[in-house]
Design a protein around this ligand. Sequence first.
Ligand SMILES: [Zn+2]
Length: 416
Amino acid sequence: MHVSAASVLVVLAVASAAGAQEVRPYAGKYAGDPETARLMARLPALMKESARAMGERLGLADADASNVVLELVDLPLGPRKDIQLGGTATRQVDGHSVQWITLNPESHFSGNGDLDVEVAHEMTHALLRNALGDAAHRALPKWAREGLAVWSAGQGPGRIAYWLGLFWEKPDPVAALLNGLDNATHAISDYPEDYLAIAFIESAHGIEGVHQFVKRLAAGKPATEAVAEVTGQPWAEFEKDARTFSEARLREALGDAESAAWRRSMATYRAGKDYEAAQRALFAVAARFPDSWAGALALYYFGRALQLGGNFADARDALVVFAGSTGSRTGLMDDAIWNIALCEEKLGRTGAAVETCDRLARDFSFSPQAPMALLKAAGICDASGRADEAKARYERIVKDLAGTKEAEEAKKKLER
Ligand SMILES: [Zn+2]
């Protein structure tokens, strides 16, 4: 049976009544999608539950949410190319103030966002607008607005992970995310910092501390004064301590991200099934965490994954970079040089292969790979028609490495 989008909307449009929450009809690009009908059907209950839960979380149990309207609107990509997820604005409708929530259904249909959480975020804005009133809300700094909304909706850890991900390439992602609570231009990259300031109040004074902060805002106090009353700290001191707290949280999250990425990439490498996937994952870790232990090891295993995947030229280059940069920190230098030699051999560059073997035996004479390297060099000379050089090398191995299995092997070669 074909159900037209229009008939679905007629059924679902909730009649607008004074003092009742309302979900506006939607006629956008997903209107014909059966999922839209399901979504529209559960939005009224979702709004109601969200208003209750966010009111409780903010310590505004009696908060008025009767004038909240929710509308799904397809929002195009903004000039910054971020998808706009939504917003809340106060509108005058028939002489009444209405808190008008606009949500982009893209977050639901793209599968990346969580519409329930977006509703919770915007509902927090709506409740705060009602509780503070126009003038006090206008005066409320953005960090407090967004900090409370992100904190209340439970988006904090997710926002932190998201922005650390985007800022990974920066020299210091943590410092980049903490540019001051009251900075002049407020952007969505400020959300983690805003959230962490509220999380700091909660951490030091419990959820009751956040409730007291909101109560003072609702009583018309400026944010700096409300902070000082709740925390007992003057604003400048609070800002400093919130920053210390936020730095620690962000460093923790960055460490988690690093070890998780490292574990994932090594699991792919060790599985040995998809070396291209391992290469991508290991390269990402090496690029994101160049100064860390994991980043250094990832560069080595990136080279090894290229080698195991049969890409000997790129493998050699990666291992040469590793040996020349972070290799000395890892204890894998001899392995790296050994594998560079194997790559050179595979590439038919016998001169370079022999030189690399000699370098390994010379610079890492105590490595278990040193005797192997000398034998390998002799074998390469042998196989490439340099019989005299091969003979001289075998003789030296028999003499210098007496008692080793490499010496036994060399003796056999000489007896042929
Ligand atoms: Zn917001």
